[in-house]
Design a protein. Structure first.
Length: 424
């Protein structure tokens, strides 16, 4: 009977908080639990109300727990690209083994060596993304274990963020009764999952349009080169509709989802709908064409802001094009509008797994897949066995998480120690 491993991702967004329980079997994710609730206490990717955010996290976790009949204790956490910085780093160590064979211990030591750089006191290291290993001058090595050498080097990318932002996120997760298994930057894992190898090599930007913000992740030569966040998203479109149509925000959101169209030229004049007016018992009638002009103006502004941000990031060309994802990406006509404004190829990405076939789940699924890939590389095991034919969960038994096969202190343990410093 096949065995599988359980991973739980926590994607904290400005408009919604998503919790996924995924069962990894081979290289495929089977989503067996989903929690998705409206966010409270988060504005433009930053936490503004700790208590409200904690309650939102708890509600999302409870939804996912009810689907599988078990309790969640540890999560793979995604943090937004708000105030993140990316730094190229290099680690160098001598191979420690007597026979000069590169082992897991050498990988841990070279990873630690890459983090020995000076960063401002207001910033904190999130993680280091490896790019290549070099053994005695031989570069472009993906996995040096088993090779013979004297000197081991690692080129990587360090992701840092505001200590205040990270502290607030970790505080909310802790107060929600959860432990952090791993932490990654949201646009990075989304890009690793959504982009093809050719797109990552040629130069492609992943645009994740959420409710309160839009995240950018630029990949080139197979690796993340830049990331940023713009504090404009789908909520701005909803607000515009609410003001122009003089209707409640909740009604404007429904209109956007049901009748919205981003590309004015393709919108229908014949598709009519009624909208209740605030402060009166009357209703006004509008066409899809009419509201597409309102939506299009705001999204045109967003794509112009994206072009400006890419220029500021040093991105001059996009040979691989643009990939759209996030909750707003499913809006009809948005690909055509993005193609017109950005003058490049544009495609939409959404997960293909049952239960999460919507662009808004890209980051949550990406967190699970990336954590699993990292576990495979570093030789970790969850220690959780789930039968394929039937799920026999005990309600009182929490989902167990990975244990290191290596006897030494692994990267996960070290990461947890780093996070623990916030709560001392």
């Amino acid at each position: 009977m096949n065995q599988s491993e359980l991973y739980v991702s926590l994607d904290i967004g400005s408009s919604s908080i998503k919790v996924l329980i995924g069962e990894m079997a081979g290289n495929s994710v089977h989503v067996i639990g989903v929690g998705n609730v409206k966010s409270s206490g988060i504005k433009k990717g930053a936490i503004v109300d700790i208590d409200a955010t904690v309650q939102s996290i708890k509600k999302a976790v409870e939804q996912a727990e009810r689907m599988v009949g078990t309790s969640i204790r540890e999560v793979v956490l995604g943090i937004p690209a708000n105030q993140v910085q990316i730094h190229p780093v290099k680690g160098v160590v001598a191979v420690n083994n007597e026979n000069r064979e590169v082992t897991n211990d050498d990988l841990y030591r070279v990873l630690d060596a890459a983090q020995v750089i000076s960063i401002p006191p207001e910033r904190e290291i999130v993680n280091v993304v490896r790019e290549q290993y070099i053994v005695d001058g031989q570069d472009e090595i993906n996995d040096p274990r088993g090779m013979i050498g004297i000197r081991l080097e690692m080129d990587g990318t360090m992701v840092t963020t505001s200590k205040t932002i990270l502290h607030n996120v970790l505080r909310c997760v802790e107060r929600a009764g959860l432990e952090i298994r791993e932490i990654y930057m949201q646009p990075y894992v989304a890009g690793e999952y959504a982009l093809t190898e050719d797109e990552k090599n040629h130069g492609t930007v992943l645009i994740d349009i959420g409710g309160g913000s839009t995240s950018l992740a630029f990949f080139q030569d197979g690796h993340l080169r830049a990331a940023s966040m713009i504090p404009v998203g789908g909520d701005n479109v909803t607000k515009d509709l609410s003001i122009v149509l003089k209707t409640p925000a909740e009604q404007a959101e429904q209109i956007k989802l049901q009748y919205g169209h981003a590309f004015y030229d393709d919108a229908s004049e014949d598709e009519l709908f009624e909208v209740p007016v605030i402060g009166s018992g009357t209703k006004e009638q509008y066409s899809q064409k009419y509201i597409s002009e309102i939506i299009g103006v705001r999204l045109e502004e967003l794509f112009e802001l994206i072009l400006d941000e890419l220029y500021a990031m040093g991105v001059q060309d996009l040979p691989g094009g643009v990939v759209l994802t996030g909750g707003m990406a499913k809006l009809e006509g948005i690909q055509e509008l993005a193609r017109t404004i950005m003058q490049t190829r544009v495609r939409l990405f959404e997960p293909e797994y049952i239960g999460v076939r919507e662009p808004k789940y890209t980051t949550a699924v990406g967190l699970i897949r990336h954590a699993y890939d990292e576990d495979l590389f570093y030789g970790y095991d969850t220690g959780v066995s789930v039968e394929q034919e039937a799920y026999d969960f005990e309600p009182s038994k929490p989902v167990k998480q990975k244990k290191a096969k290596n006897n030494g202190e692994g990267v996960v343990t070290k990461a947890k120690k780093m996070f623990d410093r916030f709560f001392e």
